[in-house]
Design a protein around this ligand. Structure first.
Ligand code: C2O
Ligand code: CU
Length: 461
């Protein structure tokens, strides 16, 4: 249970004992300072890398709260540029959504902004800059936001694993200031050359054989879709984008983690003592160990039975029979032809679009936060959006403020997500109850694409 400030005042007035923990949670506004900082990101023989981080770290400090509790953070902007913070995946109050240019003004350098919101759903979430995010997220402005279920799971350890894909010049150890490069905007996005987990290229953990771990995977990369697998670990997917699956899904082969997506796994360490379990990343024909779990001892426990499902979150269930249908056709980019975008769009020619750095379109228009929304929705109505990826690249479409169901091939409600990956040519229907009032972005989380036209919003009133 979380206490509001008013509850707390009432309780102290009545002379009721308040736990020190509850008290500090209510009275301390924790600072999250965004600043420029030097980190040893590359292996030790290289120079440090200048990144933008929170509290001197990239990723920033983990925020961990109980389901239903409040998060209060004062963002102090010590960066040389305006910024804002979005709490990705939280079904949040609109004013706290952190979208510079839509729900608030960017926080100027030297100033601060107070975020204060409740997290209604348990699960794995994250926070990141939402101003020039194609630059600021790539420079390191992100961190984990973990909302715990009321009851502890039967596990031995938990690890939050933030995967990132940095573009770093090995000569200088620095991040090249090539943000907004035309090739990144118009192709697959800003892909990096150096992959880290929690800021390390060789993350390893000591475990015992038969330990059961909960792994919370977060993809903080600008554009890379990670293809992952397990080795020496038996695992189940138990949640996607924070939301529990009805039934844990055993992992057999590889799975994809698109930018901004999260996957919660339960894994059992089955590697022998002296060996290691791995999260393996596949890149074309090669594979790399991304995280190693070194088996130091024979655990005391025998193997356990398959895990149970996590308790569901209180997300309203869409009624597909009454859904309002909306179409969203994604067009543009290199090798895709901008014809559709040019014909109906605000830009009069391909050349004007390119000069404006705009390469993508939704339903024939270059998107953005200005102009009119994709749809004005009445609060409580069920919406079904048919998204068609008519481009030559994959895109990870993210809706703010509300989770949606992917519609399965048989027409039923599939997994609840906040970010859905569409491969080239793919069509996906998503459905949700528009129960959260406000202006909510719907954009590609390949952040260079969002900056060059793949962005729209819905208005719920
Ligand atoms: Cu995680 Cu609009 O973003
Ligand atoms: Cu995209």
């Amino acid at each position: 249970m979380s206490l509001t400030k008013r509850d707390f005042l009432k309780m102290s007035a009545a002379g009721l004992a308040v736990l020190p923990q509850a008290l500090s949670a209510q009275t301390t506004l924790v600072t999250l300072r965004a600043s420029v900082t030097d980190l040893q990101l590359l292996p030790e023989q290289y120079e440090k890398t200048t990144v933008w981080g929170f509290e001197g770290h990239a990723p920033g400090p983990e925020i961990r709260i109980a389901q239903g509790a409040r998060v209060t953070r004062r963002i102090v902007n010590d960066l040389p540029a305006p910024t804002s913070v979005h709490w990705h995946g939280i079904r949040i109050e609109n004013a706290m959504d952190g979208v510079a240019g839509l729900t608030q003004d960017a926080i100027p350098p030297g100033e601060s902004f107070e975020y204060d919101f409740v997290a209604p759903d348990a699960g794995t979430y994250w926070y990141h800059s939402h101003n020039r995010s194609f630059e600021q997220v790539a420079r390191g402005l992100h961190g984990a936001l973990i909302v715990e279920e009321p009851d502890a799971l039967d596990i031995d350890h938990e690890e939050v694993l933030i995967l990132d894909d940095w573009l770093i010049d090995p000569e200088t150890a620095q991040i090249p200031d090539t943000f907004g490069a035309m090739h990144d905007l118009s192709h697959a996005g800003r892909l990096g050359n150096y992959i880290t987990t929690n800021g390390r290229y060789n993350l390893s953990r000591d475990v015992a054989r038969h330990d059961r771990l909960r792994l919370r995977l977060i993809n903080a990369a600008n554009a890379r879709v990670f293809q992952l697998g397990l080795d020496g670990l038996d695992g189940w997917i138990v949640a996607l984008d924070g939301m529990p699956l009805g039934q844990p899904q055993p992992i057999d082969g590889t799975f994809l983690l698109a930018p901004a997506q999260r996957i919660d796994l339960i894994v059992d360490v089955v590697a022998e003592v002296g060996g290691a379990g791995h999260i393996v990343q596949f890149d074309r024909d090669e594979s790399f160990s991304q995280v190693a779990f070194e088996v130091r001892s024979d655990g005391t426990r025998a193997r356990r039975a398959a895990p149970l499902a996590l308790p569901p979150n209180p997300v309203p269930v869409p009624n597909l029979a009454e859904a309002r249908d909306i179409a969203l056709r994604m067009e543009g980019g290199a090798m895709g032809g901008m014809r559709g975008a040019m014909m109906g769009g605000r830009m009069s020619s391909m050349r004007d679009m390119m000069q404006a750095g705009q390469f993508w379109a939704f339903n024939g228009s270059v998107g953005g936060m200005d102009g009119s929304p994709l749809a004005s929705l009445s609060r409580g109505e069920t919406v079904r959006i048919k998204i068609t990826n008519d481009t030559s690249f994959p895109h990870a479409m993210h809706l703010h403020g509300m989770h949606f169901h992917e519609i399965a091939a048989d027409g039923s409600l599939g997994a609840l997500r906040d970010t859905t990956l569409l491969q080239r040519g793919e069509v996906r229907d998503i459905a949700f109850v528009a129960d959260n009032p406000g202006k909510w972005l719907l954009h590609c989380h390949m952040l260079s694409h969002a900056a060059s036209g793949m962005m729209t919003w819905v208005d719920v009133a």
